[in-house]
Each structure stands twice: as C-alpha cells, then as structure tokens.
Design a binder for this molecule. Sequence first.
Ligand code: ATP
Ligand code: MG
Length: 327
Amino acid sequence: MEISIIPIASGKGGVGKSFLAANLAIALAKQGKQVIVADLDFGGSNLHTCLGLNNIYPGIGDFLRARNAKLKDLLVTTDEQNLKFLAGDVRSPFLANMHHSQKMRLIYNLKQLDCEYLILDLGSGSAYNTLDYFGMEQFGMIVTTTEHTSIMNMLTFFKHFAFRVIERSLPKNTFLEQNLRKSYNLSVNEEILTVRGLLDEISVIDPAVAQQAEQKWLSYRPRIVFNKCKDPNELNLLFVLENKLKHNLMLQADFFGCLPDDPSVSISFQQREALNKLIPSAEIAEDINLLADRIIRLWKQPLRNSSSLLLNNTKNIFEKRHKGLEN
Ligand SMILES: Nc1ncnc2c1ncn2[C@@H]1O[C@H](COP(=O)(O)OP(=O)(O)OP(=O)(O)O)[C@@H](O)[C@H]1O
Ligand SMILES: [Mg+2]
C-alpha cells in the first residue's frame, strides 16, 4: 500500500493540532481509507482524548524500550472501521528528549506501517525532534490561527525547519557541518541570520553543497491550515504572508484549508469524545470532511493560486451559512 504521511505541526501551542489530527483521521477512515493516527507529542500526549479513547495503551515509548518490539503490534483498533491509533509516551516519561538513534529508528519504522494515510500529531514549537518528524514528508501540515502571535510563531517554525533541512543536507563530519552552528551565534550588532544568508555562508566554502542544500529546501511544500477563524476577512493576510514566505524564507507553501471557531469543539473536548462522532452535524465537522476530501484529491500535488482559492472558498461558505441563519 502506498503511504501518505501527514505530520501536523504548529509554531504556537493550543491551535488545534490534536483536534484536527483525530477528526481528520476519522473523516479519512469514513471515506474508506486505511488510516493510522499516531501521537508524537511526547510529554504532552492527549490525542487519545480527541479520539474518545482511554489513556491505557502501550505505545511508542514501549516500542523504543524493547529492542525487538514492532510498531504494528502496538496499533489499537478503534470503533471506526479502517482507523487505528498508535499511542505516545504515557508509560515512558521524558521521551521528548529521545536520543537521535531512537528517533531514526522510530522514523524508519513509522514509514514501514501498512496504511494509506499516516497522520502524526506533533508537539508545538521547533524542537529538533519535531522538525525531523515534520521533515519526514515533502508535504507537511501546519496549523495556525490568524492571530499575529500564531502567524509569527509559524514563521519562526519554518525558519528553524529550513535551518534544520539545510544542516542535515550537509556532508557529515566535515568542516562545513562543524562551522554551520557557529553561524547561529550572532554577536549583538550582527543582522539576524536568514535562509539566504545561511546558504550564502555555505556557498563561500562549497558552492556545490550550497546548491544541493538549496534544492533540498526548495523541495518542501508545507500545507497551511487556519483554525478558529471567526470571519473570512481574517484571511486577507494571505497575500502578505505568501510574499513573506517566498522572500524571507524561500518557501512555497499551499494554503490548504480554513476551519471556523466553533463552540462544539470545546464540547467534544469536555465530553472526551471525537467531534465527528459526538456532533456530526456541526459545521466544522462538515469542513473537516471537505478537508479530507481535498487531501484525497490533492495531497501529493502542488496547488495553484491557493491563496485566492482559499479566500474565495471560505467567503462563499461563510456567506451561505450566514444567509441560512438570517432566513
Ligand atoms: N475550531 C475550533 N473552535 C473552537 N475551539 C477550538 C477549535 N479548535 C481547537 N479548539 C480548542 O483549542 C484547544 C486546543 O486544542 P488542541 O489540543 O487540539 O490544540 P493543540 O494544537 O493540539 O495543542 P498543544 O499544542 O497543546 O498540543 C482545545 O481546548 C479546543 O477545544
Ligand atoms: Mg496537541
């Protein structure tokens, strides 16, 4: 089975990653896809709650502790046919600080899982481990609200992600690799290091390596999903954002979806049940189904004009719903 990996990250915490991971997984499973959703938010695992499951299952921590353990033996069947759950670190404290070799073993084994969609609920922020899980796929999903702090933290996440991708594309144990980290230690009067600046510094030492690193970085195409949106006009920031991504980060991202602020989400959290199951008629449940649909059709291909398309689409949906209320 060909596997599509969908890591879900965010710069800022509490933007709705776990909620989206759980409900998107259910929506994809309902459309007949074989789905596994895994909790990789070590130290903050709560994906089980969003799925309506208890916190009792052995998971990735147990896998890492036992040399011969297999991830597939830890998959938990759910009452949603086609959906399996892989628990995080409930029984293994401090897993957020796992060793590099453990992380590489985990990444290798995650990629071997037998499913069509593997959704990874990541921790917020840009710890190395999180960046490396996000980098497992050319296409990753990043969740943000339209609030300034959330957008700024997303841009910081992307910058750290760029540095990490570039760093990992350098030949190992070379002068270049050892020197790279020195570039991060700016003196107080130096300008902040940009992605271009870092590539230029590498280029001075080895232009061919710099070019390879740049190609690697340009191959990533993250998908941005906005959450907790109260008014479609909030998305007017898309065009400025698109420019910033392109010019400051040399990044082409797709604007993939926009979910409304919806009180039914909080109810589902309080009741510890998946929203898709508890209130399937909620507007946001409908939007998550549309998002799942978009993933099935478009996940593995770049989108065109995604800023205008998302803005118009969101305005249309909002107007339709608003009119529905007035009538
Ligand atoms: N669309 C929404 N409308 C209203 N509330 C929402 C929405 N999405 C998420 N929330 C609320 O935001 C809170 C955080 O959600 P969630 O735990 O999914 O975020 P997270 O990004 O996974 O957080 P963390 O960074 O801590 O892992 C929850 O209380 C949830 O009820
Ligand atoms: Mg979470």
